[in-house]
Ligand binder design. Structure first.
Ligand code: 9MR
Length: 610
């Protein structure tokens, strides 16, 4: 019943024909699961991208354990052998010591649905080979943001079986004593509705909105034409804006309310004092607060508003005045930052001084050097005023850090590289160095991938397996795509693809970390609506934080079965350190899947066999 329900929903706005194909494909899966493929069972030892592959791109499965024989690609029912090949020599996984072999079937280019068979071992989950193989994922992951919307009903037409009433109107948000000012004394209220819930919790954090919005807006700036073709079936889908921008506006407009009109400062977050229980949004009734203004919130806000102004300028007819409001908000936040450079958010110190204690996500960051650089770059690009550019040192050290919520420097590099031909001389002179750094960074990422057990960029070092490691994989993918944009060298794109393969199942856990995508995907994310809605399937299109070497110590959830860094993952809602979802993880997934779809033709991935 549940399954039937799932099949008739159309939550991601898929075209009817692809929906029918998806239904037929799912039925096929059920039949296969019951009967097995030609007597063989699914083997968890065969790991691959559970969605599939572009016809003319690398295609790899990883086979674990002590097997040597040949492998085959067969029809989905296992009856027709269509390709056979030899497994590679064994490679030892440097993290776990386990043995892995590669089944490389890149030269098999037929379209259709298949399985990898390793005689004696079993067969893989079914996968497809076709152009646009990641299109539904790109759409679904963007749709994931719709499901995170605060303050609005999600009706069945758009949300399918995950429809729900509005929660958290946030029209009467208390000024926490840490945020009190002359014009907004403690205990008075402001209206700060809409926006996206941050993650599995229902709070709204400016810092994390920063990198999330920056990533989505950059996707639009990098691939505007393609983005205009993406339809996520949201209430705004029929208007003149691309759905990516409509969705982003939901959070942008919330962010604007987080700026104090009196001084331009930006509250660090809008939050409960304590996390809600595992309840639906409309059941939540705790007081909500805005807390103290912070330097990182102000600078991330400034960067986002400056970039949004640039992007929205061409939609001035549809959104009169918004581009102007955004750049004004950005400059005011920048001015505030200049006057308050030491306004670090320190939750422990805040709680010592003020009541009530606030114990929700901290997003604390001791070092705002990178936020200064990002804000300066975006303000410079939008206003063309050299003063922003010269206010910071673009290269404070030799590093090109992978973007993450506390480290946004490289977002500045991406934006400057994007507009390299449209800069004033002062910035122009840095472009060769900047491009060199981006390319060197990508070269480091793709170095020695062929020596890795899983043949992915992700996981070359055990230190990749942190809280939210799925975003490490996706952000590495973005860095590689940036290098592809600078060089047109397909090797960078192939490397980016290895990390999408990682996220969709070619990894040491065997899971696809995207809810609703893949035969064995995250089913029990730490996500309040998915836990509380009584629906078996989790809200779709959400990226689990994934493998986290320290998860057991961090969330103390019972049930972890391994301490091997690349395997520590628990598909259980109690595992907030390995199985939460978050907007700053979904955004780079949207970028990676969408960019690969946008580039597949140029990269010749979609070329069909003649
Ligand atoms: O993504 C954040 C991760 O880098 C931190 O290690 C972790 C602990 O501080 O917090 C993560 O962010 C969480 C936030 O604080 C609250 N909402 C859920 C976020 C994802 O787990």
């Amino acid at each position: 019943m549940q399954l039937q329900k799932r099949l008739v929903e159309n939550p991601n706005g898929l075209a009817n024909s692809s929906l029918h194909k998806a239904v037929i494909f799912s039925l096929l899966l059920i039949i296969l699961a019951i009967t097995g493929v030609n007597g063989q069972a699914v083997s968890e030892s065969i790991r691959l991208n559970q969605l599939g592959f572009y016809p003319n791109a690398p295609k790899i499965a990883i086979v674990l354990g002590d097997v040597s024989g040949p492998f085959q690609i067969t029809s989905a029912d296992g009856k027709k052998v269509l390709f056979s090949g030899a497994l590679s020599q064994p490679r030892q996984n440097a993290i776990s010591g386990k043995t892995a072999r590669t089944a490389d079937f890149s030269s098999f280019r037929s379209t259709g649905t298949f399985v990898v068979v390793v005689p004696g071992l079993g067969h893989s989950y079914p996968f497809s080979i076709r152009p646009n193989i990641h299109r539904n994922l790109a759409i679904g992951a963007l749709k994931g943001f719709y499901y995170q919307r605060a303050s609005i009903d999600l009706p069945e037409t758009y949300a399918g079986q995950w429809h729900r009433p509005a929660g958290h109107s946030d029209t009467r948000v208390l000024i926490h004593p840490s945020a009190a000012s002359a014009t907004r004394p403690e205990g008075t209220t402001i209206s700060s509705p809409i926006g996206w819930y941050d993650a599995g919790d229902y709070n709204k954090y400016i810092v994390n909105s920063g990198i999330t919005m920056g990533t989505l807006l950059s996707l639009y700036e990098d691939f505007p034409d393609f983005c205009r073709t993406v339809d996520t079936n949201i209430p705004e889908s029929k208007n003149n804006l691309p759905d990516l921008l409509d969705e982003s506006l939901w959070n942008l407009r919330w962010m604007l309310t987080m700026q104090d009109p009196a001084d331009g400062g930006v509250y660090h977050k809008l939050t409960n004092a304590r996390f809600d229980g595992m309840i639906m949004p409309n059941q939540a009734d705790k007081d909500r607060y805005v807390v103290q203004k912070s330097i990182t919130a102000a600078l991330d806000f400034a960067a986002v508003m400056a970039q949004a102004s640039r992007v929205l300028r061409r939609y001035n007819k549809e959104l009169p005045g918004l581009a102007d409001s955004c750049v004004t908000a950005a400059t005011r936040a920048w001015q505030w930052a200049k006057q308050n450079p030491n306004a670090r958010y320190d939750q422990t110190a805040m709680n010592k001084q003020f009541e009530p204690d606030v114990v929700t996500g901290g997003y604390e960051d001791r070092d705002a050097t990178d936020e200064w650089i990002w804000a300066a770059a975006e303000l410079y690009l939008t206003t063309k005023e050299d003063a922003y550019y010269t206010a910071v040192s673009l290269f404070p050290d030799e590093k090109t850090p992978l973007p993450s919520w506390p480290q946004v420097r490289t977002l500045a590099y991406y934006s400057l590289a994007r507009f390299a031909n449209d800069l004033t001389p002062i910035a122009q002179k840095d472009i060769p160095q900047l491009k060199k750094r981006l390319i060197q960074f990508a070269d480091q990422l793709r170095q020695d991938v062929d020596k890795q057990a899983y043949q992915t960029v992700m996981g070359k070092s055990a230190s990749d397996y942190i809280w939210g490691s799925s975003a490490v994989a996706s952000n590495q993918g973005i860095a590689l795509i940036q290098a592809y944009r600078l060089t047109n060298d397909r090797a960078y794109l192939d490397a980016a693809l290895t990390n999408l393969d990682y996220l969709l199942g070619r990894n040491a856990t065997g899971y696809s970390f995207v809810t609703g995508f893949g035969s064995k995907s995250t089913m029990h994310p730490h996500h309040r609506p998915s836990v509380a809605d009584g629906i078996e399937a989790p809200v779709p299109g959400l990226l689990s934080g994934g493998t986290n070497a320290n998860a057991a110590r961090q969330d103390k959830c019972a049930g972890y079965t391994t301490t091997v860094a690349d395997e520590v993952y628990l598909d259980d809602a109690c595992s907030y350190a390995s199985n939460e979802i978050a907007i700053n993880w979904n955004a780079p997934l949207v970028y990676l899947a969408t960019a690969l779809e946008a580039l597949q033709r140029k990269a010749n991935y979609s070329a069909l066999q003649k």
